[in-house]
Write a protein that binds this ligand. Structure first.
Ligand SMILES: [Zn+2]
Length: 91
């Protein structure tokens, strides 16, 4: 997805993971739980790679998996309305 698409996200929006699948074969779904915000790595538990990021969106999958989507990881997600997986699964 593009930087412009990510910056337009709102809390509660759903993103699909490009590579990971749910048990039913549909794209793994990640919910936007924070941001988009300017990235301040001092306030975040972060990885070395993310230090060059300028902004982030907080994502959650199921109850216990969390991720930060920064501009470095745009290639890993797509919007549901851009989904090319013929298996849409259950929402
Ligand atoms: Zn998808």
């Amino acid at each position: 997805m593009t930087l412009k698409q990510v910056k337009a996200l709102k809390l509660g929006d759903i993103l699909h993971h490009n590579n990971k699948k749910e048990k039913d074969g549909s794209c793994q779904k990640w919910k936007v739980i924070s941001g988009p915000k300017a990235y301040n790595y001092l306030n975040l538990k972060t990885t070395h790679k993310n230090k060059s990021a300028k902004f982030y969106v907080g994502l959650q999958h199921e109850k216990e998996q969390f991720a930060y989507l920064t501009e470095l990881w745009l290639h890993l997600y797509h919007l549901p309305n851009k989904c090319t997986n013929s298996n849409k699964g259950s929402e």
